[in-house]
Design a protein around this ligand. Structure first.
Ligand code: HDD
Length: 730
């Protein structure tokens, strides 16, 4: 019996890095091996329990049954209290080497390549919730640097709902399913969330982000990431500067519509997870560039917001983002539980060259993450779990605890010691010893929100002003949807009161959909959120939003936004080819070849599964039927030529609906020859002008070369919101 796997290629053969190699001793695929107990005993019968007689009672002696069943009974660990649903992948980070003057962090020095493990998540839903919930996405990166583990635990939005972490449990209790009936799952559209929002105007800015297209990413590969807080970079001379971290996706930042998101949740609630997995498996590795906004220490107070306030961003027009490295995710996990579930991110995992700021949200997070891992992973040795293990050597006097793996030798477990020559020894900074930034701190011991945090509406207005018209319409529809699910009328009214502080047009458009008037805020206490029992409420009421906030084009996802400039690409885009028996198979094959060469992915959707028989007798494999998929799962739709095929498609309501929905979701559409007739058939209310609309490419000819080029240009634009009509469901 050989212990060698029989010719199976594992992930580590495919893409290797130092962390992959370091974890090798913990991997096992059981292939070509005998079944054993956990003690290595070979098992002779794993199908039958030990019984007294063939039809008799089971025996307590059955240690194999008991071991197997006990292990099974203990398989689950508590899911994360937030960010429970996630997906992760391995990869590497490569420093561009242009940040040396800003930070001494080794992983940011020229030529250094560092293994990473990145987990994306939704916040409110439980582990089994849908990927397409309207929600913030977590974006957590673990760098296995040569100086120890560094965790950058961010989100896909640059601000947060609250300013002080003591409010985090309240905020999460408000957004999570309501405690009496555990409804709704993974959704913010309910009373307790908006009760909180309506009493905490500091959340207004983030509310608009959560209602915007950012909350519905097209793909985890197509979203930005943000460290949110202001951190510090410290260089080799000890000079420090404030920094904000950004991740910029190479494929641009794109979203789906809410109607699509709801359909995707029904057709494939693993849509994001599957998309990330599949693209990594086929070698279409997602990439992001890491950027920083840098603010000199002496410029701390030059902004009209506080750098320590996590509900504010620094507009990129004020402080441009400098790109300092790139991350590539190139390997899926071998085991979801061992890696994605057991990975433990902590803000306190830091390296020399980076430091914290006094942001009170960040300061509380420094406590919460370590604390939560102790509960979730069962004890203080979670750093020894393979996915969490540092690549830099670990030596200290911490000992014992549940499931300890390290076998610490010797009689000494304390410092200072003379018995062991002071080892393990404190490291001077010149040898990589971490030292906090030297800073004078003084002030009264006080529980109070800084007055510099009390402008709750100006940046919300900046965000609103920065959205294109279609994006504004999406925010209005999202708020109408959400507030329609709120049962308590005065919570709707108070939320409208918060919105009217941001922009009257926003509030009145939402109010119209709710059949309400924008309430007068005269005498209304808008803020309960930053105030202790003995504080004067009036001292903490935000001034109205400033008139002259202007706009920040970087905050929009429109095709012409600076964040999407030069990023239009058909790479990894999913194109549905609608055809059935009698279609022009030669033209379909040519179109597929053209798009696959450009890195797009195509799938044939037909009236039946199996093989499609072309008009000349050629055959081609069908991927999906109209019953098993939906246009919501694709980026673009092409209707193939072929009179017989198109006649059948026109008679199939699901095929017609497929096209109609793709049109109303503003997606690129194309059709050749008779295929155009299916577009016409789909022009029922809401899509009458389908053939003349932007992003619809048709050709009389069956020759697809020219059409493919024009279609590709349309796909690069992602969506054609100019066609958006009131008929599109909210
Ligand atoms: Fe948090 C998880 C991001 C505020 C407490 N958070 C968690 C994860 C991400 C974030 C991405 C999932 C990590 C993973 O994939 O395992 N959290 C944020 C961001 C915040 C933020 C960007 C604001 C800027 N979080 C925040 C506050 C607190 C927490 C203010 C508490 C004081 N977060 C937690 C936690 C979690 C967590 C309870 C749950 C599971 C975990 O930590 O590992 O500790």
């Amino acid at each position: 019996m050989s212990d060698k796997p029989l010719g199976k290629q594992t992930h580590e053969d495919a893409v290797s890095n130092p962390k992959t190699e370091e974890m090798a001793k913990n991997r096992d695929d059981g292939y070509g091996k005998y079944l054993t107990s956990n003690q290595g005993l070979r098992v002779n019968d794993d199908q039958n329990s030990l019984k007294g007689g063939e039809r008799g009672p089971s025996l307590l002696e059955d240690f194999l049954f008991r071991e197997k069943m006990t292990h099974f009974d203990h398989e689950r660990i508590p899911e994360r209290v937030v960010h429970a649903r996630g997906v992760a992948a391995h990869g590497y980070f490569e420093a561009y080497g242009n940040a040396t003057h800003l930070t001494k962090a080794h992983f940011l020095q020229p030529g250094v390549v560092t293994p990473v493990f990145t987990r994306f998540s939704t916040v409110a839903g439980s582990r089994g919730a849908s990927d397409l919930a309207r929600d913030v996405r977590g974006f957590a990166v673990k760098f296995y640097t040569q100086e120890g583990v560094y965790d950058l635990v961010g989100n896909n939005m640059p601000v947060f709902f609250i300013q002080d972490s003591i409010k985090f449990p309240d905020f999460i209790h408000a957004v999570k399913p309501e405690p009496h009936n555990e409804i709704p799952q993974g959704a913010s559209a309910h009373d307790t969330f908006y009760d909180f929002i309506s009493a905490n105007p500091e959340a207004t800015h983030m509310l608009l982000w959560a209602m915007s297209d950012r909350a519905l990413p097209r793909s985890l590969r197509m979203m930005e990431g943000f460290g949110v807080h202001t951190f510090r970079f410290v260089n080799a001379e000890g000079k420090w500067r404030f920094v904000k971290f950004h991740w910029k996706p190479k494929l641009g930042t794109h979203s789906v519509l809410w109607d699509e998101a709801q359909q995707i949740s029904g057709k494939d609630q693993d849509f994001h997870r599957r998309d990330l997995w599949a693209n990594i498996e086929m070698g279409a590795y997602p990439e992001w560039e890491l950027g920083v906004q840098v603010v000199e220490e002496e410029d701390e107070h030059k902004f009209d917001f506080d750098l320590l306030d996590a509900t504010k961003l620094i507009p990129e027009e004020l402080v441009p983002v400098q790109l300092i490295g790139k991350m590539v995710l190139n390997r899926n996990v071998d085991n979801y539980f061992a890696e994605t579930e057991q990975v433990a991110f902590c803000l306190s995992h830091i390296v020399p060259g980076i430091d914290f700021s006094n942001d009170p949200l960040l300061q509380g997070r420094l406590f919460s993450y370590l604390d939560t891992q102790l509960k979730r992973l069962g004890g203080p040795n979670f750093h020894e779990i393979p996915i969490n293990r540092s690549l830099a050597p670990v030596h200290n006097n911490q000992r014992d605890g549940h499931m300890r793996q390290t076998i610490n030798k010797g009689q000494v477990a304390y410092g200072p010691n003379l018995l062991n020559d002071q080892y393990p020894k404190q490291a001077p900074q010149s040898e990589g010893g971490f030292s906090s930034v030297y800073e004078r701190v003084e002030g009264p011991k006080i529980r109070r929100r800084s007055k510099s945090f009390i402008d709750f509406y100006s940046q919300a207005r900046l965000f609103w002003n920065s959205q294109s018209e279609p994006e504004k319409a999406h925010i209005v529809k999202a708020l109408r949807f959400e507030l329609s699910h709120v049962q308590t009328p005065w919570i709707r009214e108070r939320t409208l009161a918060q919105l009217t502080q941001v922009d009257h047009d926003l509030a009145s458009r939402v109010a119209e959909g709710l059949g309400m008037d924008v309430p007068s805020t005269e005498g209304m206490q808008l803020n309960y959120g930053a105030i202790g029992a003995d504080d004067k409420a009036a001292d903490f009421q935000s001034a109205p939003a400033k008139d002259n906030v202007g706009s920040s084009p970087h905050l929009s996802l429109a095709a012409d936004s600076p964040i999407n400039q030069d990023k239009g690409s058909v790479k990894t885009r999913q194109i549905a080819i609608l055809a059935t028996d009698g279609a022009d198979v030669a033209a379909i094959s040519e179109l597929m070849k053209t798009f696959m060469e450009q890195g797009a992915q195509t799938a044939i959707v037909a009236t039946h599964l199996g093989t499609l028989k072309g008009k000349g007798g050629e055959e081609i494999l069908i991927n999906w039927t109209f019953q098993s998929t939906s246009s919501a799962l694709f980026d673009a739709v092409y209707v193939a030529a072929g009179a017989q095929s198109v006649r059948k498609l026109k008679q199939d309501f699901d095929a017609v609906r497929f096209v109609n929905e793709a049109f109303r979701h503003c997606k690129p559409l194309a059709a050749s020859a008779e295929g155009v007739e299916l577009l016409q058939a789909a022009a029922y209310p809401g899509a009458e002008g389908i053939l003349d609309a932007e992003g619809v490419v048709t050709s009389d000819s069956t020759d697809v070369a020219e059409l493919a080029e024009e279609f590709a240009t349309a796909i690069k634009q992602h969506r054609f919101f100019s066609r958006e009509l009131e008929a599109v469901p909210a």
